[in-house]
Design a protein around this ligand. Structure first.
Ligand SMILES: [Zn+2]
Length: 216
C-alpha cells in the first residue's frame, strides 16, 4: 500500500470549479490538444519558487510551454554518466523530440536556492556542504557563478548578481549538450536568459552586447 491520502477539500473544490467552467467552456479544444499531442515552441527552465508564474507572465495557454522547474532554475553541465539527471532529460526531450525553437532560463529575485548557494560558498551554511544535502549538491552547479561575484562587497548586491549568474551558468552549461549545440549551429534553436523582479514585476533579459541584464 502506498501512503497517499485524499486531496484537501479546498483543492477538490477548486478542481470541480475548473471542470465546470474553464474546462467545460473549452472542451473541444482540450480534446484536440489530447488528440494532437503537444507542439510547444518554447521550453522554460524556472525555479520551483511558488511566486514564479511564467504562464501568467506570458499569458500562455496549455500546450504552449514545455516547463521544467527546479531549485534555482539551474541546468547542470552535460554528464553522460548513466546517473539520473531529470533536468538533462527534460532538456534532451524538448530539443530532440519536441524540437522547441527556444529555451528560456528564468531566474528571479529573492531566490532561496541562490541565497543558500551564497551562504554555502561563503562558509555560512556548513549543513549544505554535507554530502547528504540534496540542495547543497544541486547548488554546486552554481559554484562557478559564485567565483565570479565574490568580489562584490555588499552582500545583497552579491546575492542579486548570483541570481543572474544562475541564469548565465545554465546557459553556458546548456551548450555543453551536443544536441543543443547542434540545433543552435543549424539555426533551429535559440537560448534566452531572463531574470524576474517579483515585487516590481520587472523582467530583464540578458543582452550579450552589454554583457548584462536589461529591462524588457
Ligand atoms: Zn528560486
Amino acid at each position: 500500500m502506498h501512503d497517499a491520502r485524499p486531496l484537501p477539500t479546498y483543492l477538490v473544490h477548486r478542481y470541480h470549479g475548473w471542470k465546470a467552467t474553464a474546462y467545460a467552456e473549452n472542451q473541444s479544444w482540450y480534446r484536440r490538444l489530447a488528440g494532437e499531442g503537444q507542439h510547444p515552441r518554447a521550453m522554460i527552465v524556472s525555479c520551483c519558487d511558488s511566486r514564479v508564474h511564467v504562464t501568467s507572465i506570458f499569458g500562455a495557454d496549455q500546450g504552449e510551454f514545455f516547463i521544467h522547474r527546479n531549485i534555482a532554475n539551474l541546468v547542470p553541465p552535460c554528464e553522460p554518466d548513466g546517473d539520473r539527471h531529470g533536468t538533462s532529460a527534460a532538456l534532451e526531450f524538448a530539443v530532440t523530440a519536441l524540437k522547441v525553437a527556444h529555451v528560456i532560463v528564468m531566474g528571479h529575485s529573492g531566490c532561496g536556492g541562490v541565497r543558500g548557494c551564497h551562504d554555502m560558498c561563503s562558509g555560512k551554511a556548513p549543513a549544505l556542504e554535507e554530502k547528504s544535502s540534496f540542495v547543497g549538491r544541486w547548488m554546486d552547479i552554481l559554484r562557478p557563478g559564485y567565483e565570479r561575484v565574490s568580489g562584490i562587497a555588499e552582500e545583497e548586491g552579491r546575492i542579486r548578481a548570483l541570481e543572474k549568474e544562475a541564469v548565465l551558468v545554465s546557459l553556458e552549461n546548456m551548450t555543453s549538450f551536443p544536441f543543443v549545440a547542434e540545433a543552435m549551429e543549424a539555426g533551429l534553436l535559440t537560448l534566452h536568459g531572463l531574470w524576474l523582479d517579483i515585487g516590481e514585476g520587472r523582467l530583464e533579459q540578458y543582452s550579450p552586447g552589454t554583457a548584462g541584464f536589461v529591462p524588457i
